[in-house]
Design a protein around this ligand. Structure first.
Ligand code: C2E
Ligand code: MG
Ligand code: MG
Length: 616
C-alpha cells in the first residue's frame, strides 16, 4: 500500500531477482527485517538493539522506459521518488545512462544510484555522459547490503532535506514578495480612500511629462477641492468627515475614463491627470462630468450632505513644464474658482500668476513691515453734534511701504489676516493708540476717547480681555478713554461674545458697533450685549438725498439706538446736506471728510490745541 509519508524508492533492473534482493534489504515489515538482521549478524556480528531505519515505499521496473513512466506517474501524483537504483545494462531496452537522462529530464532532484556488475562504463565515461552531478553515485554488484541500506538512508534523507530547504526558501521568497507588494501598495495609496496618493501622483506626472514631451502631446491637471469642507469637519465629527471623503472618492472614481488618473493629495484635495485629451472642449466636458457627480446629495450616517467641488485646471506644457509648476498653476486656478463662489471650474490664466506673484511679494513685505515698524496710525476726529466738540478720534492704520509709499488698510489687512499676523498687528495698534492718547493727555490737551478697530481674529483669542487690560496697564491710559470698534460680523450672539464684551465694559472701556447695517441680519443681539455706540455705515450716509430707502434706514437706526439707550454716530459725512439730514434726525455724533480726513499725529495735536475754541 502506498503510504504518502514514506519516501519512495524505485528499482529499475531487468533482473527480477535483483528486485527481490532490494525489497529484502530495504524491507520494513518485521519478517523481512528479521531475515535481514540475521544476515547482517552473520556478516557484522551483533548489531545494536535498535537500528532506526525509515520505512520506504518501493516500486520496481524491469526496463528503462517502464522506470521513466513510473517517475512520470509519481510526479503527476505529487509524490515523487526520492531515489532510484538503476541497472547499467538492461537489454533489450535503454541502458542505465539513457534511462537516467530521461529520468532527469522529468525530475532533476531525484537521487540516482547506478548499479554496475562490471565496468562497461568507467566513472569518467559516466560523468562525461551525465555530467558532474551531486545526486549520482555508483554501486558495484554484487551488493553489499549495508551499503545499499546506508545509501538509501543517506540519499533519501539528503533528498528530503534539500526538498524541505527548497520549500522553505520558496515560502520565504513568496511571503517576502507579498510583503514587498503590500509595502509598495501602501507607499503609493491613500489609506482612507484607497486611491493613489501624492507620491504616486508625483511619479505619474513625472512619467507623463516625459511621455508628452516625447510625443509632443498635452496632458491636464485637474485640482479638485470640496467647497467649505472644513465647515463639515468642524460642525460634525472628523470621522463623519472621513466617511464623507470616502463616499466622495467612490463617486469620483466611479465610471472614470481610462485616460484619467485619479489621486488624493490629502484632506479634501483630489488631483486628476487627464492624458491625451483631444481639445479644450473635451477637457471642459471632463470637468463638467466631475461637477455633475455632485448634483445629488451624499448620504453619510443617515445625513444628506450637499457638497460642491471647485476645480482648477492647468495644462502641460502651456501652464507649467514640471510637477511643481503644473500643480501651482492648477492650485491658483482652484483658488480663483473658490473666490468666484465655488462649485465651478477655472482654467489657469497668466493673469492669475501675476496676481499671485504680487501677493507673494506683499506677503514678504508685510513680514518686513512688522519687523521694521513700518505701520503708523492716523486719527480721524469724531464730533458731538449737540455741543460741536471733538470728543474722540478713530485710530486708522497706515503702512509706510519703503518703495510704494503709503498703503491703505483695505489693501493689506485681508492678507495680514490670511498669513496669521493680525493679532500681532492689532496689539501694536492698540498699544500705539493708547500711548498716543496718554501722551496727549500728559501734554495737557483736552482728554478725548480713542477708538481702535479690531478684527474677528483678535476678538476670538481666549486672552483677548487680558491683552487689552495689560496694554492699558502698561500705557497707563484710563480705560474710559479707550473704545473698541467691532463690526457686526464679529459679534455673534454667543455667551462667549457677551462675556468678553461685558468684561471690557467692567474695565470701563466703551464698545462701538462699526459699519452698522451692513452685516448681521438679526437685531436680537443688540439688546443682549452692552454696547455704547452704533456707527451707521457710510454707505447709507452717502445715499442721503439720493436714496429714500437708505434715508429710511438711517432714521430707523437712530430711533432704534435711542430706544436701546445707545449713542448713534454717523460715519463718512462728506456734505452739508448729509450733516443737515442727520442733525434733523438728532444723530448724536459724526465723523467724516466733511469735518476732517484722518490726520497724522502732529496735525491732530494742533487740532486738539485749538479744539476747545473750535466750533464746527
Ligand atoms: P472703518 O473702521 O469703517 O473706518 C472708516 C473708514 O472710512 C476709514 O478708511 C476712513 O478713512 C474712511 N472715511 C472716513 N470718513 C470718510 C468720508 O467722509 N468719506 C469716505 N469715502 N471715507 C471716509 P480707512 O482708514 O481706509 O480704513 C478702512 C477700514 O480699514 C476701516 O473701516 C477699518 O475697518 C479698517 N481699519 C483701519 N484701521 C484699522 C486697524 O487699525 N485695525 C483693523 N483691524 N482695521 C482697521
Ligand atoms: Mg471703524
Ligand atoms: Mg466703519
Amino acid at each position: 500500500m502506498l503510504n504518502s509519508n514514506n519516501m519512495r524508492i524505485l528499482i529499475i533492473d531487468d533482473n527480477p531477482d535483483i528486485h527481490q534482493d532490494f525489497l529484502k534489504i530495504l524491507a520494513t515489515d518485521s519478517s523481512q527485517k528479521e531475515q535481514l538482521k540475521t544476515q547482517e549478524q552473520l556478516i557484522f556480528g551483533d548489531l545494536p538493539k535498535k537500528v532506526p531505519f525509515p520505512a520506504f515505499t518501493i516500486d520496481t521496473a524491469s526496463q528503462g522506459q517502464e522506470g521513466v513512466q513510473c517517475v512520470a506517474k509519481s510526479i503527476i501524483e505529487g509524490n515523487p521518488y526520492a531515489l532510484a537504483f538503476v541497472d547499467i545494462r538492461m537489454p533489450p531496452g535503454w541502458d542505465g545512462i539513457e534511462t537516467i537522462k530521461h529520468i532527469w529530464e522529468l525530475d532533476n532532484n531525484i537521487q540516482i544510484v547506478i548499479c554496475t556488475a562490471y565496468s562497461d562504463y568507467s566513472w569518467e565515461e559516466t560523468v562525461e555522459e551525465l555530467g558532474q552531478r551531486e545526486n549520482l553515485l555508483i554501486l558495484k554488484k554484487p551488493f553489499d547490503n549495508v551499503a545499499v541500506r546506508q545509501l538509501s538512508m543517506a540519499l533519501t534523507k539528503k533528498w528530503k532535506t534539500s526538498r524541505e530547504t527548497f520549500q522553505k526558501t520558496k515560502s520565504l521568497v513568496d511571503s517576502h514578495t507579498v510583503l514587498e507588494e503590500r509595502i509598495q501598495y501602501e507607499t503609493n495609496h491613500d489609506s482612507l480612500t484607497k486611491l493613489p496618493n501624492k507620491k504616486f501622483l508625483m511619479d505619474y506626472i513625472r512619467e507623463e511629462t516625459l511621455n508628452s514631451t516625447q510625443n509632443k502631446s498635452k496632458f491636464a491637471i485637474l485640482y479638485l477641492n470640496i467647497d467649505k469642507f472644513k465647515l463639515i469637519n468642524d460642525s460634525f465629527s472628523h470621522s463623519v468627515g472621513d466617511e464623507l471623503l470616502k463616499s466622495i472618492a467612490d463617486k469620483l472614481k466611479d465610471n472614470i475614463d481610462k485616460n484619467i488618473m485619479i489621486t488624493r493629495l490629502g484632506g479634501d484635495e483630489f488631483v486628476f491627470v487627464v492624458s491625451n485629451f483631444k481639445s479644450i472642449e473635451s477637457l471642459a466636458e471632463v470637468t463638467k462630468v466631475l461637477l455633475n457627480k455632485f448634483n445629488s446629495p451624499i448620504n453619510v450616517n443617515s445625513h444628506d450632505f450637499i457638497v460642491s467641488p471647485s476645480i482648477g485646471v492647468s495644462i502641460f506644457p502651456d501652464n507649467g513644464g514640471n510637477i511643481d509648476e503644473l500643480l501651482h498653476s492648477a492650485n491658483l486656478a482652484l483658488n480663483q474658482a473658490k473666490k468666484l463662489g465655488g462649485g465651478r471650474v477655472q482654467f489657469y490664466t497668466n493673469e492669475l500668476n501675476q496676481e499671485s506673484l504680487k501677493r507673494l511679494e506683499m506677503e514678504t513685505d508685510l513680514h518686513h513691515a512688522m519687523e521694521n515698524d513700518e505701520f503708523f496710525l492716523c486719527y480721524q476726529p469724531q464730533y458731538n453734534l449737540e455741543n460741536n466738540k471733538l470728543v474722540a478720534v478713530e485710530a486708522l492704520i497706515r503702512w509706510r511701504h519703503p518703495t510704494k509709499g503709503e498703503i491703505l488698510p483695505f489693501e493689506f489687512i485681508p492678507l495680514v489676516e490670511e498669513i496669521g499676523l493680525m493679532c500681532a498687528l492689532s496689539e501694536k495698534v492698540l498699544t500705539l493708540a493708547c500711548i498716543q492718547n496718554k501722551s496727549w493727555q500728559d501734554k495737557g490737551l483736552v482728554p478725548i476717547r480713542i477708538a481702535v478697530n479690531l478684527t474677528a481674529e483678535e476678538f476670538k483669542q481666549p486672552n483677548f480681555v487680558d491683552t487689552i487690560k495689560n496694554i492699558l496697564n502698561e500705557t497707563k491710559l484710563a480705560a474710559e478713554f479707550l473704545e473698541i470698534e467691532l463690526t457686526e460680523k464679529i459679534i455673534v450672539n454667543s455667551i462667549e461674545s457677551i462675556n468678553k464684551i461685558s468684561k471690557l465694559k467692567e474695565l470701563g472701556i466703551s464698545i462701538a458697533v462699526d459699519d452698522f447695517g451692513t452685516g448681521y441680519s438679526s437685531l436680537n443681539y443688540l439688546s443682549k450685549i452692552p454696547f455704547d455706540r452704533l456707527k451707521i455705515d457710510q454707505s447709507f450716509i452717502q445715499n442721503i438725498g439720493i436714496n429714500l430707502g437708505d434715508e429710511a434706514i438711517i432714521k430707523a437706526i437712530i430711533t432704534l439706538a435711542k430706544e436701546l439707550n445707545l449713542i448713534v454716530l454717523a460715519e463718512g459725512i462728506e456734505t452739508q446736506q448729509q450733516l443737515d439730514f442727520l442733525k434733523l434726525r438728532e444723530c448724536d455724533e459724526v465723523q467724516g471728510y466733511y469735518f476732517s480726513k484722518p490726520l497724522e499725529t502732529n496735525q491732530l495735536e494742533d487740532l486738539l490745541i485749538s479744539s476747545s475754541q473750535k466750533v464746527i
